[in-house]
Design a protein around this ligand. Structure first.
Ligand SMILES: [Zn+2]
Length: 270
């Protein structure tokens, strides 16, 4: 795996050169470059990355950076387990009223955890063979995907209907419900940051920064079901959620069926 930096450069009041000057100088080392938006993607493990940062600093430009992990083909092909999620967001009918669907963990916090009602989303329909991420953090799939999962007898997964419309409700998709919780925590090698702790609340949630992979002890994954979730909750804000962990053949099945917007990130072992 390699760490990729998305570097944005801005002029400051005393800058000696323009962001464009720097971008064109380092163009050939960029994985992607956007000269309009003044940003480039560059791997942090090449010497030019540090040179770039040094040059930005010396020329009194401003910089901001985001990181992502890029997995190699080999790492993806060799992985036995994956985190699954969707990068396509679905709006909710109640974006400011999560209490319509969830209880908070306790009266001292605003962590909406326990779902008591089926979700209602803004869209009138959702596309075939598409996976989504609900505003509330749940994974939602089209009916075709539900059928694919049921026909192939995948284990560890249940569904809740997802509706459109508050009064005349129609089912337009299915929320994935995963109940099999891993029996232990992610490995210490996983870089976790605890989210803001609230007074008089025992709920714990973490942030998994996108620049680091997840490590899970191999013994925790022996004899698990096709769909499982982490013991830990992740995310700050109203909707901390557990990550969904699937076996390799779930990924194979999704890829063969050309499911769109489902993302699989390999899990590493120590
Ligand atoms: Zn609480």
């Amino acid at each position: 795996m390699r760490k990729l930096a998305n570097v944005s450069i801005k002029s400051g009041p005393k800058s000696l050169v323009t962001p464009k000057d720097i971008l064109s100088k380092y163009k050939e080392y960029a994985e992607e470059i956007n000269e309009e938006l003044l940003r480039m993607d560059i791997f942090v493990d090449i010497p030019q990355y540090n040179e770039l940062l040094e040059e930005i600093r010396k020329n009194l430009l401003r910089v901001s950076k985001d990181f992502t992990v890029i997995y190699s083909e080999e790492e993806i092909e060799n992985a036995d387990y994956f985190v699954i999620y969707s990068d396509k967001l679905l709006g909710s009918q109640y974006e400011n009223n999560p209490e319509k669907f969830y209880y908070t963990h306790c009266s001292n916090c605003e962590n909406y955890i326990d779902q008591y009602k089926d979700l209602i989303i803004k869209n009138k329909k959702i596309n075939k063979n598409m996976a989504y991420n609900a505003w509330e953090g749940e994974m939602i799939v089209s009916e075709d995907i539900k059928n694919l999962i049921v026909t192939n007898k995948l284990t560890g997964i249940d569904f809740r209907p997802v509706y459109h419309g508050v009064k005349n409700q129609t089912i337009i998709g299915y929320q994935i419900v995963v109940k099999n919780i891993l029996s232990g925590n992610v490995d210490d090698k996983t870089i976790l940051k605890k989210t803001n702790v609230r007074l008089n609340c025992d709920f714990e949630s973490y942030i998994l920064t996108p620049e680091y992979p997840m490590y899970i002890p191999r013994n925790l994954l022996e004899n698990v079901l096709d769909f499982n979730c982490t013991k830990e909750y992740f995310g700050s804000g109203f909707f901390p959620r557990q990550y969904i962990i699937v076996k390799k053949h779930v990924r194979d099945l999704f890829i063969n069926a050309k499911i769109k917007n489902a993302v699989f990130e390999p899990i590493f072992h120590v």
